[in-house]
Design a binder for this molecule. Structure first.
Ligand SMILES: [Zn+2]
Length: 122
């Protein structure tokens, strides 16, 4: 494995981590306050429905960011452990092309494919 490439991966992951942290902070900063309920008595139901939908969107977005962060954190911790680029499924080195496309990849192509297949049959 090429250590120069790994250095680039690490930099990319650290950059990703920073970007995701900023996204999360932005999301939290823009969170609407809870007691904005008192409005017009008209169309309250619609207002609430819109609020619920917005909240659900936010939560979905937040979960997606947190999920990505966990993957990036996981990959970064592997540099410390010295097993970055090793598949978590089979212990074989992950294809460098795959890592270049997805630096936080934890599984090689065949393990990922097997996982996707399992998820579908669940
Ligand atoms: Zn594998």
């Amino acid at each position: 494995m090429n250590t120069a490439n790994f250095k680039i991966m690490r930099l990319r992951l650290e950059k990703d981590h920073k970007r995701l942290t900023e996204q999360l902070e932005q999301l939290k900063a823009s969170r609407p306050t809870e007691n904005r309920r008192e409005g017009s008595p008209f169309g309250k139901r619609e207002e609430e429905a819109a609020e619920t939908a917005e909240l659900e969107n936010r939560m979905a977005l937040e979960n997606r960011i947190l999920g990505q962060m966990a993957e990036v954190d996981n990959a970064l911790s592997k540099f410390e452990e010295g097993n970055y680029g090793i598949c978590e499924g089979c212990g074989q080195p992950i294809d460098i092309d795959r890592l270049e496309a997805l630096p936080q990849a934890a599984l090689c192509m065949s393990c990922k494919a097997a996982q996707a297949k399992n998820a579908k049959t669940k």
